[in-house]
Design a protein around this ligand. Structure first.
Ligand SMILES: [Zn+2]
Length: 177
């Protein structure tokens, strides 16, 4: 496995809509290795999620995993995810992004979602997600649509460098995704 280079804000790949992965392509060793490498890259950089455009691959594919204080969910691979909002309530909380290093900002997100996707074997999966889990899914889903969390902030008043975030806003560190 390999640790991949993470694309940073300004790279056009982060602003493209990622095309779906065909079942035939998903079955290839190349995509299966990409998935393994994305998981290794996410772990290496202490992320809770990583979307394929963040490793310079415009494909509708994301990995996520969290065992931190904000939320606990197992390693998941989401291929061609679709998101349906199940609760109109939005919750604002802090986010960071491996493609926008050393910044944090408060982002409103839907509280509860249904997710339809394929797993890495091409099997259909469906589940509901709430709270921090739903937040991470929305963050990754946005990457697949060419969006970043800055686009979702109500305004940029809370956008902070990490050191200032720690000093003035919060004692604990939110995970990057
Ligand atoms: Zn991100």
């Amino acid at each position: 496995m390999s640790i991949l280079k993470v694309s940073r804000l300004g790279h056009p790949v982060l602003r493209m809509q990622a095309p779906p992965v065909s079942p035939q392509f998903l079955a290839t060793p190349a995509i299966q290795k990409l998935i393994d490498d994305m998981v290794e890259t996410m772990v290496e950089y202490y992320g809770v999620g990583l979307a394929a455009p963040q490793v310079h691959e415009s494909l509708s594919l994301a990995v996520l995993e969290s065992h931190g204080p904000r939320g606990d969910f197992p390693l998941m691979v989401l291929v061609n995810p679709e998101v349906t909002v199940l609760d109109e309530e939005m919750i604002e909380d802090w986010e960071g992004c491996l493609s926008i290093p050393e910044f944090r900002g408060r982002v409103p997100r839907w509280r509860k979602l249904r997710v339809d996707a394929l797993d890495r074997k091409g099997k259909k999966i469906q589940f509901t997600a709430e709270g921090f889990f739903a937040r991470v899914i929305q963050h990754e889903f946005d990457h697949l649509m060419g969006k970043v969390y800055l686009d979702r902030m109500r305004d940029l008043q809370t956008l902070s460098h990490f050191a200032e975030f720690q000093r003035y806003w919060l004692p604990q560190e939110p995970e990057e995704a």
